[in-house]
Design a protein around this ligand. Structure first.
Ligand code: SF4
Ligand code: SF4
Length: 421
């Protein structure tokens, strides 16, 4: 970040935009609305005008800025290196300060707390899902009537509850030590993937630690204009991992991972914390990236799978160097599996953190072309390395009564592990 006054810094960055429009075809909201105010270039102009006072904050202006998914496709396409996501994050912070709380978007804590409370409600939810009550409630449209439709639809089928340990020893000869980032909801919403990750990592010879004090990565807070909360969450995670003793900090949700890699850019850290943050970000690795970068023991075999899998690449991987193809590379380790990329992976699916809850109609419209493509490709399985995108796909496919299975790539890999010969 900057030492110069925020307005000056901000205007300098917006002025980097030469209005060329090369970002427009990459922007999902521009594609949907075909309107300048829903494009990166238009939003930059709106943000600039707000800063100079040419425009004042109105509900409609706020709505244009709120509809941005912060997918960063525009940043990736921009030849002038405009730091778009930094600009929108700063603007949302200003909007939050200047708008009455009641008129603003739901705070990320509220949504995350709702999800965290799933832990307490798990027995009841499991009964609700398995007893046929869910089917009956949906037939009667009860979730809609109670205003819980989006959340209810996104809760995945809860597997039997896992008992998590803090430490999992390597199987066979130990080659190193890694820690798993589970964030605030990983254990509750994505226990299957976590279990799969532990199985693969220990089998590759790595002992796995799950630091119990870790929590939310802070990405929702950052992109919703609550930087102080995001910073507090980051500092908690930096304190919770003994990074200097680890070969890697591994994440299974690519959305969270993109934020962990940004900890090195936290503002106002003293030298000790700065070094800690640098080390943490440098050791942070996406699970598929990690397992494809190490040598597999000769006796670690995967059994063949004669199926077709379509790979969805989340924006948090699509626009991070070295990550776009890692899921495909990992899945190609399964003999006989046909691995296809979804052709429109460069467009956001609409999940975008809590976006699918705040803007369900837009999120649905952005997912629709991908569902149409899936119908043509007709794969047996679709994989996504981000839990938010996976839940978005699952909910939509269930609504269409389409039986394509949605899983994380490492879950598929773990299923194919054969016992030692
Ligand atoms: S971040 Fe995504 S949605 Fe927002 S302006 Fe850029 S391309 Fe469009
Ligand atoms: S590509 Fe970059 S410079 Fe061109 S209009 Fe978009 S943000 Fe501005």
């Amino acid at each position: 970040m900057t030492e110069m006054p925020l307005d000056k810094f901000f205007l300098q960055k917006t002025d980097q935009c030469v209005m060329c429009g090369l970002c427009l075809p990459h922007c999902p909201t521009y594609k949907l609305y075909n309107a300048e105010n829903e494009s990166p270039r238009g939003r930059i102009a709106l943000m600039r005008a707000l800063t100079t006072g040419e425009l004042t904050l109105t509900p409609s202006l706020t709505a244009h800025l709120d509809r941005c998914l912060v997918c960063r496709a525009c940043e990736n396409a921009c030849p002038a290196n405009v730091p778009y996501s930094e600009l929108i994050d700063i603007t949302r912070t200003v909007i939050n300060k200047e708008t009455a709380v009641a008129q603003r978007r739901t705070k990320p804590e509220t949504i995350l707390n709702n999800l965290s409370h799933l832990k307490r409600w798990r027995p009841l939810l499991t009964l609700y899902q398995r007893s046929g009550l869910q089917k009956a409630a949906r037939t009667l449209r009860l979730p809609q009537i109670l205003g819980l439709a989006q959340l209810e639809q996104l809760i995945p089928k809860l597997p039997a509850q896992n008992k998590w340990h803090e430490h999992y020893p390597a199987t066979g000869i130990q080659r190193g030590q890694v820690a798993l980032f589970t964030g605030c909801t990983g254990k509750i919403l994505d226990g299957v993937t976590l279990t799969a990750a532990i199985k693969i990592l220990t089998r590759l010879g790595y002992s796995v630690t799950i630091p119990p004090a870790q929590g939310c990565c802070g990405i929702l807070h950052k992109h919703s204009g609550y930087p102080n909360e995001a910073r507090k969450l980051a500092l908690n995670n930096l304190k919770s991992f003994q990074t200097d003793q680890l070969d890697a900090v591994i994440y299974i949700a690519s959305g969270c991972g993109s934020q962990l890699k940004e900890y090195k850019n936290l503002a106002g850290l003293d030298q000790q914390h700065q070094e800690q943050a640098q080390l943490f970000s440098s050791k942070t690795q996406e699970i598929n990236q990690f397992i494809t970068s190490v040598t597999w023991p000769a006796d670690f075999k995967l059994s063949p799978l004669n199926k077709r899998v379509a790979v969805h690449v989340p924006c948090s991987m699509q626009y991070t160097p070295d990550l776009p193809d890692t899921c495909q590379t990992a899945l190609k380790k399964i003999p006989q599996l046909t691995v296809m990329s979804l052709p429109d992976n460069h467009h956001c699916c609409g999940a975008a953190g809590d976006y699918m809850l705040r803007h369900p109609d837009i999120a649905g419209a952005l997912l629709k072309p991908k569902l149409d493509t899936l119908e043509q490709l007709n794969p047996d399985i679709i994989t996504s390395a981000n839990i938010g995108c996976a839940l978005h796909f699952m909910a939509a496919l269930e609504e269409k009564r389409n039986s394509i299975e949605v899983v994380h790539p490492v879950s598929l890999l773990a299923r194919q592990i054969t016992d030692r010969q």
